[in-house]
Design a protein around this ligand. Structure first.
Ligand SMILES: Cc1cc2nc3c(=O)[nH]c(=O)nc-3n(C[C@H](O)[C@H](O)[C@H](O)COP(=O)(O)O)c2cc1C
Length: 209
C-alpha cells in the first residue's frame, strides 16, 4: 500500500480500463471507511453508499451510461480542443479510454454509488458528498485499485436511478467503477498554478513571495 499522501494525490488519475477480477470485500470496506471519514455539512452524514456487484443491475444502469456517451458526450468531446494542461495526443487517449469505459462499465467488478438521502439537490448538497467521493478515489489508489468519478449516466438520471433501485428522495451523485487497473497510475495533467490562481483581486497573478 502506498501511504505518501502527496504522491497519491499527484497520481490519482481516472483508471478506466479495469480487470474483471474480483476485489476483496475488506478492500472495499477500507475505501468506504475513507469515504465516511470525509466532512459533510453539520456532520449530518445523510450519505448512503450503494455497493453494486450484481451483474444484472450493472448491465441495466450501464445501458443508460452508454447511451449518454455515444449519443451526447462523445460527439461533443470529439469536436472540442484538448483541456488545459493536456495535448491532442493525450486527449485522444482520454477519449479512447472513456469510450472503453462506456462499453465496459458493467464489467467493473464493483461499483460504489454515493448517494444523499432527502433534502434538495444543489451545489450545497454536492459539497456534502464529493469530499467523500474524493477520499474514496484516493483510498482506492493507495490500495492499488483503479477508479473513475463518473456522472454522465445522469443524462438519463430518472432511468438510471430507477435501474439502481433508489428510493424516492434519494439521489446518486456519481458511479465509481472500481477494479484492478490494466494500465499504470501516473501523474495527472493540469494547467499550472499561474493560470488558475489569483491573489486578492480577480485576475491578479498569485506568486509564492
Ligand atoms: C464531475 C466529474 C464528472 C466526471 N464524469 C465522468 C464520466 O462520466 N465518465 C468518465 O469517463 N470520466 C468522468 N470524469 C473524469 C474526468 O474526465 C477526469 O477526471 C478528467 O478528465 C481528468 O483526468 P484524470 O482524472 O485522469 O486526471 C468526471 C470527473 C468529474 C470531476
Amino acid at each position: 500500500m502506498n501511504t505518501d499522501l502527496f504522491e497519491i494525490i499527484r497520481t490519482t488519475r481516472s483508471m478506466r480500463r479495469l480487470k474483471p477480477d474480483p476485489v476483496a470485500p475488506a478492500l472495499i470496506r477500507q475505501v468506504l471507511e475513507a469515504g465516511t471519514a470525509a466532512p459533510s455539512g453539520g456532520n449530518m452524514q445523510t450519505w448512503r453508499f450503494l455497493v453494486v456487484r450484481d451483474p444484472a443491475i450493472k448491465i441495466a444502469v450501464a445501458h443508460w451510461y452508454r447511451r449518454g456517451w455515444h449519443e451526447i458526450v462523445a460527439p461533443r468531446y470529439r469536436a472540442s480542443t484538448p483541456p488545459p494542461g493536456s495535448s491532442r495526443d493525450r486527449f485522444d487517449r482520454l477519449l479512447a479510454a472513456a469510450e472503453h469505459l462506456a462499453d465496459h462499465l458493467h464489467e467493473a467488478p464493483v461499483w460504489i454509488v454515493p448517494c444523499l438521502e432527502g433534502g434538495t439537490h444543489t451545489r450545497t448538497s454536492g459539497a456534502s458528498i464529493y469530499p467523500a467521493v474524493q477520499n474514496m478515489l484516493l483510498a482506492a489508489r493507495a490500495l492499488g485499485l483503479g477508479a473513475t468519478l463518473t456522472t454522465l449516466y445522469l443524462l438519463f438520471e430518472k432511468e438510471a436511478e430507477a435501474a439502481l433501485g433508489l428510493p424516492d428522495g434519494t439521489h446518486s451523485y456519481a458511479i465509481l467503477p472500481i477494479g484492478y487497473p490494466l494500465g499504470k497510475f501516473g501523474p495527472t495533467a493540469r494547467a499550472p498554478l499561474q493560470d488558475v490562481v489569483y491573489a486578492d483581486r480577480w485576475g491578479e497573478k498569485w506568486t509564492e513571495t
